[in-house]
Design a protein around this ligand. Structure first.
Ligand SMILES: [Zn+2]
Ligand SMILES: [Zn+2]
Length: 761
């Protein structure tokens, strides 16, 4: 209160503004309103320009308060109000505040992350256009026949006189070439007025988005009128259940196998929302935002859609954001950060493939889960949220068990092929040639002979994961990481998949000079092997080395659809959103990577991957066959998956987690640190652990070096914090983190807190 009491009269009347400024400080900053303005003139959610040290910064007004804990002399004034109306509505503002608090992240950085880059630096939230209008003097001049000797000037004046209020630069561009030079001359004489004004909302939607984000490939599909499928009873029931919750919060978990028609349920619910005059937000995994999906939404909904994903330029992102905020695009489809999109009159949120790890921000910035924030946003906005997956996260299944989520099941459709037959192939019991066991090779041959297509899944790109000297045992290492270099043969390179380092591929050992050879399998090598074994079956590859754009993915898709490819070799990319109706056999080359991981989530991820990849088989009329190569066929995870499906696996996995108090039965946060030498990060984490001594309720595990301790020249370590209850965990962090920040060792490392970490290795 001190500030208000001792300040001048006008300051005493004005409250203090709490502003989120993009900086690493963990609190909102206090400012006085600009001279002559009062706090209520600056609504929460509007941007302001503020002084920050010697520079100026852009912030968002979050709230106003009666006073400040800062000494009055230290309170500075907002220098400008940038928005006349708030950029964030009340529900979105609450979501951002909650995000900063839940993830213990600086609020200014959270608010900044929710805005396109152009708005972070203070550009107008509404698009501006140049507007040209005749002045009274210009009208008078024209009436007197001036300018007699400048036909171009006269042409422009005449044109402007014909338009009641003037013309936009865009209209003039289309009509009069070189008008700008002419206009400058006329403006100097005072005959026309050139100004900037708000772009009308209808002009906001970016042309590329009104058409397709990947316009180059969208036209590859003939735009035949989309037949609206008749919904199954289960689809109708799911739509009815969610629709009945409209106008209030409810979380629904839609579980259905690949091809069971989840997208149709989303589409119908979005249409219902639009019919009610509400908008909808649809989140999809990064890799699932395919041209086919967008085309399906566009053709069915028939309304402008704003698309937000990481591949956009800053300008495209700004346009999509503006289209959503102006209400021109009532539907927003986007990846992780679209959870903060300013959808107007939000009436529904959909999260497709809710188990997908790309919803969690893993590196840098605020490490939020867009799936969890979507649920939170729906709560705050009072609207239903639908989480869809064939393989829901164990957390989501548990929430359904507790009754927090309503579970909706979509069984296989009657017109769908029967569930694929899944079998294990024991790598110890069969001859293995170049990574392929005999029964797998025979199955490939059989399916190719009967007109089937084959999908070979291996989550390892490159030619081989290791380059080995057969004489001295030397293995090509990355000089910056604790990683082996991956052989990329066609590029004749060794590459580090952790830091991106590249070296030429040597033919001789770097230590003894003997010949080296690649060991193990990557997609490049499996593809080479299969091409040699089945020379008459054309082959396509889908991994990050061969596919760089949506158009590349589309080309691969087409080669399978039109039969010009018969075998597809791919990584994780094949499990996401792509439909391969001709595939009758799926071969999983190596399931064992996920079986013995130190990460308690590895089993869940492996099960999801196997079920998702198996879901690509047998989608036409024929039942598919799935073969999984493993050295551990008796492993309980694989056994439960094969005999009881994902459901059975999930039940067992949840029971294990309950026993170990892993999430969802306990709550985790991970303090990650990295330093330039092996000890700095560990020393910081040790000090952090020690200063937590007064809080016995939390269990602190570590610190330990990360599983890949050295990455890109930095040494990584981590400290795991575990607590049975979410509230207690956060109360602990609230007390502990300010102490951690003050540690002298904190200045020698980079560190970050990861709440609800997905990857704890
Ligand atoms: Zn050697
Ligand atoms: Zn490296």
């Amino acid at each position: 209160m001190g500030a208000a009491e001792t300040a001048t009269t006008s300051d005493a009347e004005a409250a203090v503004l709490k502003v989120a400024v993009d900086c690493p400080l963990r609190s909102l900053l206090d400012y006085l309103p600009p001279a002559g303005m009062h706090a209520p003139d600056l609504p929460p959610g509007a941007r302001v320009r503020v002084p920050m040290g010697a520079r100026s910064a852009v912030g968002v007004v979050v709230a106003s308060a009666a006073g400040s804990s800062l000494a009055p002399a230290r309170l500075r004034r907002v220098t400008a109000l940038l928005d006349s109306t708030p950029l964030f509505d009340a529900a979105l503002l609450e979501l951002l505040k909650w995000t900063a608090s839940y993830y213990h992240h600086p609020p200014g950085e959270v608010f900044a992350a929710a805005l396109p880059a152009a708005l972070r630096i203070g550009q107008a939230a509404v698009g501006q256009e140049t507007w040209v209008a005749l002045t009274e003097a210009g009208r008078a001049a024209l009436a007197q026949g001036e300018p007699a000797r400048a036909p171009r000037q006269r042409e422009l004046l005449t044109r402007l006189a014909a338009a009641a209020a003037g013309s936009s630069a865009g209209e003039l561009d289309a009509a009069l070439q070189g008008w700008r030079t002419t206009a400058r001359a006329l403006a100097q004489r005072g005959w026309i007025d050139i100004s900037q004004r708000d772009e009308p909302p209808a002009a906001v939607l970016p042309a590329t988005h009104a058409d397709a984000p990947h316009a180059d490939v969208a036209h590859a599909h003939a735009r035949a009128p989309t037949a609206v499928p008749t919904p199954s009873d289960a689809q109708s029931a799911a739509v009815a259940a969610v629709d009945a919750a409209a106008g209030g919060y409810g979380c629904f978990l839609l579980q259905g196998a690949t091809g069971s028609g989840k997208t149709e349920v989303y589409l119908r619910l979005v249409m219902r929302a639009l019919e009610r005059g509400a908008g909808a937000l649809v989140l999809v995994p990064e890799i699932g935002l395919t041209p086919q999906l967008l085309e399906r939404f566009r053709s069915r909904l028939g309304v402008p859609i704003a698309v937000l994903h990481s591949g956009l330029t800053d300008g495209e992102r700004l346009q999509a954001w503006r289209a959503a905020r102006a209400g021109v695009a009532r539907v927003v489809i986007g990846t992780r950060s679209a959870v903060f999109a300013p959808v107007q009159q939000l009436g529904l949120i959909v999260v497709d493939e809710e188990h997908d790890s790309s919803y969690k921000q893993q590196e840098g910035g605020c490490r939020y889960s867009a799936r969890d924030l979507a649920v939170r946003r729906a709560q705050q906005a009072g609207v239903p949220v639908l989480l869809g997956s064939a393989t829901p996260a164990l957390e989501s299944l548990y929430n359904a068990q507790l009754g927090r989520y309503h579970r909706l099941l979509l069984p296989r459709r009657a017109d769908q092929a029967a569930a694929p037959r899944i079998a294990l192939v024991d790598l110890r019991a069969h001859a293995v040639h170049a990574g392929l066991a005999g029964p797998v090779t025979q199955a490939i041959e059989r399916h190719l002979a009967t007109d089937g297509q084959v999908l070979v899944y291996l989550n390892r790109r490159g030619y081989a994961p290791t380059l080995l000297c057969t004489s001295c045992g030397w293995i090509a290492p990355c000089s910056e990481c604790d990683a082996r270099l991956t052989v990329h043969r066609s590029a004749a390179q060794l590459r580090c998949h952790y830091c991106g380092a590249v070296q030429p591929l040597p033919t001789r050992c770097g230590r003894c000079g003997f010949a080296v050879r690649p060991v193990g399998q990557g997609t490049e090598r499996i593809a080479e092997t299969l091409a040699a074994m089945f020379p008459s079956a054309p082959l396509a590859r889908l991994d990050r080395d061969t596919v760089h754009s949506a158009a590349d993915v589309e080309a691969v898709m087409h080669s399978l659809l039109d039969g010009s490819a018969r075998i597809l070799v791919g990584t994780q990319m094949v499990t996401k959103g792509h439909h391969f109706p001709g595939v009758s056999l799926v071969a999983v080359i190596n399931a064992d990577q996920g079986l013995f991981s130190a990460d308690f989530r590895a089993a869940e991820r492996l099960a999801q991957t196997i079920v998702q990849v198996a879901g690509r088989a047998g989608r036409g009329a024929r039942a598919g066959e799935v073969l999984i190569q493993t050295e551990y066929p008796e492993h309980p995870l694989l056994q439960s998956l094969i005999h009881e499906g994902y459901e059975g696996f999930a039940a067992g996995a949840l029971a294990e987690r309950a026993e170990a108090r892993w999430p969802p039965f306990g709550r985790l946060a991970l303090l990650r640190a990295s330093g330039t030498n092996a000890t700095a990060a560990l020393e910081f984490l040790r000090q952090a652990r020690d200063c937590a001594g007064a809080h016995p309720a939390a269990r602190l595990l570590g610190p330990v070096p990360a599983s890949m301790a050295r990455r890109a020249g930095r040494h990584h370590a981590q400290l795991l914090i575990e607590h049975a209850g979410r509230g207690e965990l956060h109360r602990f962090i609230d007390q502990w983190l300010p102490q951690v920040e003050q540690l002298p060792a904190a200045r020698r490392v980079r560190w970050a807190l990861d709440v609800d970490p997905l990857d704890i290795q």
